[in-house]
Design a protein around this ligand. Structure first.
Ligand code: URA
Length: 420
């Protein structure tokens, strides 16, 4: 086999055989194929796509490039949830304990934020002492105690994806449905949960900006999951505006605690109930309506909060943040943006809010960047709201950046309004 033939086949939209796909993934991972040839193949995929069969083969070859996690020693039905990434998406911190409170186990391995999207591991690290890295035996132990745990993805899982994803980032080949599918699903399949709910985000802050692409990605990911033997369901949720009212790591943990305490019943709460109900239904806990009721009760009874608190403690984190969120990192500087006249908010572009938050220090442009855990944006307005002159639109927070001018311009650019 040789790489030129493989690039040529994909360029001419001729499907690769299983053997060719496995050879390609293994040869690139081992360093036998150089970056320039692999990026040429990736660009051919971006332009011509892959067949469903090729997408499955690519996913499985990437899954098989590293370690696989055996979850058979977890004593409940295991369901993982994966979001394709967004702004203000802290659902994992809420649905994990809520689903665990209803009797299933939620073992999650998550990543860090990059660009305008946040990462669950950064959010959890804003809890003093919380360990995101541990031996798998301890991870399983926590899950068997509380039903829920989130750790950082182990380095030995899917090395092929690690290498290919870095190359896609630097070769303009991220936005390809088969490549996104293979990247996400290889990692999810290597982590051997029995069920998987895929939350495909659609809108300005998501990879998939329109509904057609979101449906295509959801469809292929679900098919790949099912063909690999997982109970798998993909759902589509809105990412046009930021999810909830907080964007930034400690701010999002605070908001998750507020939801778990039953203090907020907004769009974030509804999205969490929807995702938890889908996880429970997939695990055979009953009809969707019954599962949604169970999820609501898990929060209103305080059981989900109790599980979250216990899990934080078992990870070495400060459990007192559940009673007193002021123990989370607090910003040194804050700046409020107010309406200059009476307006109605038409839309809030989540990508722009994510970028403004990044400028405040809440995210990273390259993998090596340090994150300011206290930084971010609190939104005081959402699409449809009527805001009077001088009322606050949002508050910007940071501990490393006292000059808010650039972030403020970016954040204001996110809001479309009309005078009333
Ligand atoms: N998340 C991933 O892990 N991979 C992609 O390609 C896109 C989002």
């Amino acid at each position: 086999m040789n790489i030129i033939d493989i690039i040529t086949k994909t360029k001419k939209t001729q499907p690769l055989s299983t053997e060719e796909m496995i050879w390609l993934v293994n040869s690139y991972t081992s360093g036998d194929i150089p970056d320039y040839q692999m990026s040429s193949w990736l660009m051919a995929v971006c332009l011509n796509g892959l067949t469903e069969e090729e997408t499955v083969t690519l996913t499985l070859a990437m899954r098989d490039s590293g370690e696989k996690v055996d979850m058979s020693n977890i004593d409940r039905f295991t369901v993982d949830k994966h979001s394709t990434g967004g702004v203000g998406d802290k659902t994992s911190l809420i649905i994990g304990p809520a689903a665990a409170a209803c009797g299933i186990a939620v073992p999650k391995m998550s990543g860090r934020g990059l660009g305008h999207t946040g990462g669950t591991i950064d959010k959890l690290e804003s809890i003093t002492g919380y360990r995101t890295e541990m031996e798998l035996s301890e991870f399983f132990d926590i899950i068997n105690k509380t039903g829920f745990s989130i750790i950082s993805q182990t380095g030995s899982l899917c090395p092929a994806d690690k290498k290919i994803y870095a190359l896609r980032n630097s070769s303009g080949t991220v936005d390809s449905i088969p490549l996104i599918c293979a990247s996400i699903m290889s990692k999810k399949l290597a982590l051997g949960s029995e069920g998987l709910v895929l939350d495909v985000k659609c809108g300005s802050g998501a990879f998939m900006k329109n509904c057609g692409d979101a449906h295509r990605l959801a469809d292929i990911m679900e098919r790949v999951g099912v063909s690999a033997g997982k109970k798998c369901r993909a759902v589509i949720t809105d990412m046009d505006a930021p999810l909830g009212s907080c964007v930034g790591n400690a701010l999002e943990v605070r908001e998750a605690v507020e939801i778990l305490r039953g203090e907020k019943k907004d769009k974030l709460y509804d999205t969490c109930i929807f995702l938890t109900a889908n996880m429970l239904e997939l695990a055979g806990k009953g009809s969707y309506d019954k599962c949604a009721e169970m999820a609501q009760k898990a929060i209103s009874s305080g059981k989900a909060l109790e599980i979250f608190q216990k899990t934080v403690e078992l990870h070495g984190g400060d459990p007192r943040i559940c009673d007193d969120t002021s123990l989370l990192p607090q910003p040194v500087f804050s700046h409020e943006l107010r309406a200059s006249r009476d307006v109605e908010i038409l839309s809030v572009n989540s990508e722009e809010i994510g970028m403004a938050s990044l400028l405040l220090g809440a995210g990273r442009i390259s993998k090596e960047d340090q994150v300011d855990l206290s930084a971010g944006i609190e939104m005081h307005c959402a699409p449809g709201d009527k805001i009077s002159m001088d009322a606050p639109l949002m508050t910007l927070h940071s501990s490393i950046c006292s000059d808010f001018s650039e972030a403020a311009v970016r954040a204001m650019k996110a809001i479309r309004f009309r005078d009333i």
